[in-house]
Design a protein around this ligand. Sequence first.
Ligand SMILES: [Zn+2]
Ligand SMILES: [Zn+2]
Length: 136
Amino acid sequence: MEYIVIAIVLAVIIILLRLSFQSSEKDNKQKNPRKDARAKADMEKTSKFCPLCNSSLSKGENVKSKTYPASPGSTDTLMDVFGCPKCIPPIGTETRICPVCKKKIKADGFVIGRYFIKPDKNHLHVLGCTQCRKAK
Ligand SMILES: [Zn+2]
Ligand SMILES: [Zn+2]
């Protein structure tokens, strides 16, 4: 009789283990498409990268920034760069790193850059983040 009980308990344990294994497998499958999509995005010739977290940006994903009106006749203007959908807190999960001081940018911080308006290609030159720009 006892053996039967043990056998049943063992069977239940095995079923439970299988169930938990299956569910973790399912979780992995759910995580993978994102990875695949990212790998795919890396494969595609994306010329756009987030200057703060270095994520490649797919169509529709844009770096959030604020430009100041350029003074008349000048070819550059100041720009505040907050990051991309992948790294802007609180939704973004990627870490925002300042390209100048290599430090993590605080949740309320951002990067200041000089934005050159050129007819062929606009160019952003990062000057620093709210922390290292302040320190100077
Ligand atoms: Zn980013
Ligand atoms: Zn910095």
